[in-house]
Design a protein around this ligand. Structure first.
Ligand SMILES: C[S@@+](CC[C@H](N)C(=O)[O-])C[C@H]1O[C@@H](n2cnc3c(N)ncnc32)[C@H](O)[C@@H]1O
Length: 219
């Protein structure tokens, strides 16, 4: 599916999110508290748009993704961003290789969420940081109703005009609706080798940033 949307992925994102995606990416970088020289892994990096933002911190940022179509699109538009093929469930890195790991708008797409969270912990050094940037549940009930209506009705219609594979955006809407809310995802992260889990809502909870620290004793 991601091979099919790769060609116009970056543009479609910005249109469908009314430009908010840039703000969400900057907030993800800030939440990771990266320092120059840190090694950070961006899992489900796609075209590298999220990886490129991380590098602005001075950290060494590398992206991994399962879709060769997304990676090729990224190599064309961002040849300077290190991207490699890799499965979130079997990352091609040794234990404790990274100071920080992050996954933006991709954890929802991985077949086994809990296994992916454990695999992220495996490649993070004890005491290292995790930030999950993912669609979530708007906190205000009135806004939530308007947002869900946008998601299920308008978003697929707009996607038909801009996306290279509009059907993928019907999946996007349905997968967001089925995804655990902020507290439920925090519980899943805590059970997968992470401690001090906390979250911050962005755009009223359309997106949530979950932060955690790699448990020294886990995995
Ligand atoms: C919506 S895109 C997100 C791309 C980018 N992180 C961003 O913020 O725009 C989701 C990505 O997750 C990738 N993905 C899905 N399952 C994966 C897995 N098991 N391992 C690695 N990447 C995966 C897809 O190929 C896709 O590129």
């Amino acid at each position: 599916m991601f091979d099919g949307v790769a060609a116009r992925y970056d543009l479609t994102n910005t249109v469908l999110s009314f430009g908010q995606d840039r703000f969400w990416r900057r907030a993800t970088r800030a939440a990771l508290e990266l320092r120059p020289g840190d090694r950070v892994l961006d899992v489900g990096a796609g075209t590298g748009v999220s990886t490129e933002e991380l590098a602005h911190s001075g950290a060494y940022a590398v992206g991994a993704d399962l879709s060769l179509g997304m990676l090729y699109a990224g190599k064309r538009t961002r040849p300077h961003v290190p991207l490699l093929a890799g499965d979130a469930l079997r990352l091609p890195f040794a234990d404790a290789s990274f100071d920080a790991v992050t996954i933006s708008f991709a954890l929802r797409n991985v077949n086994d969420t809990d296994a992916a969270l454990r695999e992220l912990a495996r490649v993070t050094r004890p005491g290292g940081r995790l930030v999950v940037c993912e669609f979530s549940t708007p906190v205000n009930p009135a806004f939530r109703t308007v947002y869900l209506s946008y998601l299920m009705r308008s978003l697929p219609a707009v996607a038909r005009a801009v996306a290279s594979n509009p059907d993928a955006y019907v999946y996007l809407a349905e997968s967001i609706r089925a995804w655990p809310d902020q507290a439920a995802l925090a519980d899943r992260i805590s059970s997968a080798g992470w401690r001090r889990v906390a979250w911050r809502n962005l755009t009223g909870g359309v997106v949530a940033l979950h932060r955690a620290i790699r448990d020294e004793s886990a995995i």
